[in-house]
Design a protein around this ligand. Structure first.
Ligand code: SF4
Ligand code: SF4
Length: 348
């Protein structure tokens, strides 16, 4: 018989650090999603509005769904937080440093689901997602007792902090749900005060269009000029509202080498990355979580970061034309416009 405790025990054997069970229901928190969309906070992420019905009721994602198994995987490493690093350091969000979490976690989910099917011995419907389906993983993680959604809108676990990849398995099995997690943010508002762009417009509410993660990852074309200074030295994503969270002060380090930074990104300066030819950047992005940005968008972000850096190597890199022949992305009109902006700007 398939029990919640057997599922959790198998999940732990497979390598998941957390596992909880939520009912597959239209939880009240999901209703706030439409209001968030109506405020325009999703920006260019049109896929969110397209899948709004499913996002507010998981039974529309998997008809007959009764339970959602939520897994959590720590991806923290021993490298310093971006908020403690000096000028000139390329800031890449911690989750994107290593292997593509969609692939790594997806394989583990596949193992867990395969074991569930063997154990049950009869057919049931199930679908697994790692940030890939129209499911609000954080909301179900909170309902499953895996952690609470903090004022920075990240999922926080009392013991493990917030450097956690979430995954969900929706299934038609009726499983006893866990007790929901309790919000432990209290009167703290460090994340709201630390956010450099005011993207956390109120506790628990993110205006994605002002968030550096959105600007450097989701925006496909030009970063609006009025927001380029806000990007600072962030090259891909932003961790500030997690760096400052007290629940991450003693966050454990994962022993999984999959999350260690690829050599090229390991505490690199923006100038060092800029000097790499396209082929090296492309190879470094392959099978990483950053593959989504592609070299063109990475170049765009690097140029903005160079333009915002007070580090002397940044200016030198911007005006060094040596790598042009090796880097067709520098001939791209969108990239060129950002480079011109960076060259013209008041640095620092
Ligand atoms: S990721 Fe950065 S920009 Fe976005 S809300 Fe957090 S601190 Fe603000
Ligand atoms: S920084 Fe404070 S308010 Fe923000 S998520 Fe962490 S505990 Fe909550």
């Amino acid at each position: 018989m398939l029990t919640p405790s057997a599922i959790k025990s198998r999940a732990s054997e497979i390598g998941f650090d957390l596992c909880g069970i939520a009912p597959a229901e239209a939880l009240p928190q999901l209703a706030r999603f439409r209001e968030w969309l109506a405020r325009g906070y999703a920006g260019e992420m049109a896929y969110l509005a397209r899948t709004a019905d499913q996002r507010t009721d998981p039974r529309l994602v998997l008809p007959g769904a009764r339970s959602i198994i939520v897994t959590g995987t720590v991806y923290n490493t021993d490298r310093p937080y971006s908020t403690t690093r000096g000028a000139g350091q390329a800031r890449v969000a911690r989750y994107a440093w290593g292997e593509d979490y969609h692939d790594v976690i997806g394989k583990r989910q596949h193992l867990l689901l395969g074991w569930m099917k063997e154990t049950v011995g009869e057919a049931f419907n199930a679908v697994a997602y790692v940030d890939t389906g129209p499911v609000h993983e954080k909301v179900f993680a909170e309902r499953a007792g895996v952690g609470w959604v903090g004022k920075n809108t990240c999922l926080i676990n009392q013991e493990l902090g917030s450097w956690i990849f979430l995954g969900v398995i929706l299934c038609s099995l009726e499983l006893e749900p866990d007790a929901p997690a309790v919000d432990q943010c209290g009167r703290c508002r460090r994340c709201l005060d630390a956010c450099p762009t005011g993207a956390l417009v109120e506790p628990y509410v993110l205006d994605a269009t002002r968030c550096i993660s959105y600007l450097t990852i989701e925006v496909r074309g030009a970063i609006p000029e009025s927001q380029r200074r806000d990007v600072g030295e962030h090259v891909y994503g932003c961790d500030i509202c997690q760096d400052v969270c007290p629940w991450n002060r003693r966050a454990p380090i994962s022993t999984d080498r999959a999350w260690l930074p690829r050599t090229i990104f390991d505490q690199a300066t923006t100038a060092e990355l800029w000097d790499r030819p396209d082929r090296e950047l492309r190879a470094a992005l392959k099978d990483s979580a950053m593959t989504r940005a592609g070299v063109r968008r990475l170049r765009r972000n690097l140029s903005v970061a160079l333009g915002n850096s007070a580090d002397p190597t940044a200016e030198a890199a911007l005006f060094n034309d040596d790598n042009r022949a090796d880097s067709p992305s520098l001939m791209d009109s969108m990239v060129k416009e950002h480079v011109e902006w960076a060259k013209a700007g008041e640095r620092g």
